[in-house]
Design a protein around this ligand. Structure first.
Ligand code: IPE
Ligand code: IPE
Ligand code: MG
Length: 248
């Protein structure tokens, strides 16, 4: 297993719930698997453009801990597609400075896929341009359960920083859990589906009806524009400058 740094590249943390592959395919009279294939290509395309738009960390929801409930045929197809995609993309990641890590459980993935993700993490460990976190067999509540079990075994107070660090250990991302700046969900649903519940505490949320295979660089630019137009207060209020000076 590679040693992962606790730091992330400068830039925004964009998280994406890549939803709508199945409906996209069904609407075209094609099997759901076809939507997943186009969805995987779309993920590759978005990774390529992300750092041109000020993104330093990107977390993509590829397979949730609850997606095991899908028909076995779809699950097997997805696991094969993940492996094929990682093998096909690894060299490009190395060449373009993309560090690949996988967050989520590792005890339920097919053995060949597990070997492939571990090898990809090791091979891309030098990437400094973009930290790409792929959530595979990921569930935030599952992570939280493991964090609580770990917290019981440590000495000292369980501070907020400690929780973030334990999340990193529990979901195998190495460093402390990075806060999400912007969360985009495609596919029209307006929910989190157990994604990054801790990390999204102050994330800006954008839900789009666009199905993931149709998502474009323009859509990403639009989402970022919307993000930059929002006013993040983190619980504080805007004090007039003279008020701030008086109380400082
Ligand atoms: C997201 O698309 C990909 C995975 C969950 C693996 P879906 O497969 O959920 O597509 P819809 O929501 O059924 O259209
Ligand atoms: C969330 O989508 C998981 C991924 C995109 C990988 P789902 O399609 O599984 O979510 P629900 O079932 O609509 O909440
Ligand atoms: Mg879905």
């Amino acid at each position: 297993m590679p040693t992962l740094p606790a730091t992330t590249p400068p830039g925004l943390h964009l998280a994406i719930i890549m939803d709508g592959n199945g409906r996209w395919a069904s609407a075209r009279g094609r099997p759901r698997a076809a939507g997943h294939v186009v969805g995987a290509r779309k993920a590759r395309e978005m990774v390529e453009v992300a750092s041109n738009h000020g993104i330093g960390t990107m977390t993509l929801y590829a397979f949730s801990a609850d997606n095991w409930a899908r028909p076995r045929r779809e699950v097997v197809t997805l696991m094969r597609l993940f492996r094929r995609t990682i093998l096909a993309e690894q060299e490009r990641c190395i060449a373009t400075g993309v560090r690949l890590i996988f967050i989520g459980r590792r005890d339920r993935l097919p053995r060949e896929l597990l070997h492939t993700i571990e090898a990809a993490e090791a091979a891309t460990a030098g990437g400094k341009r973009l930290l790409l976190r792929v959530a595979l067999d990921y569930g935030a509540r599952d992570t939280i359960e493991r964090v609580i079990a770990m917290a019981r075994t440590i000495d000292g107070p369980v501070t907020r920083d400690k929780v973030a660090e334990l999340i990193g250990r529990a979901d195998h991302s190495g460093g402390a859990a990075p806060d999400v700046d912007l969360l985009v969900r495609t596919g029209g649903e307006q929910r989190l589906s157990d994604f990054l519940l801790w990390e999204c505490a102050y994330a800006e949320l954008i839900f789009t009806r666009r199905m993931w295979p149709d998502f474009s660089e323009d859509d990403l630019v639009q989402a970022l524009k919307e993000f930059h137009s929002r006013h993040r207060r983190f619980g504080a209020i805007d004090e007039p400058a003279e008020e701030r000076a008086r109380t400082a």
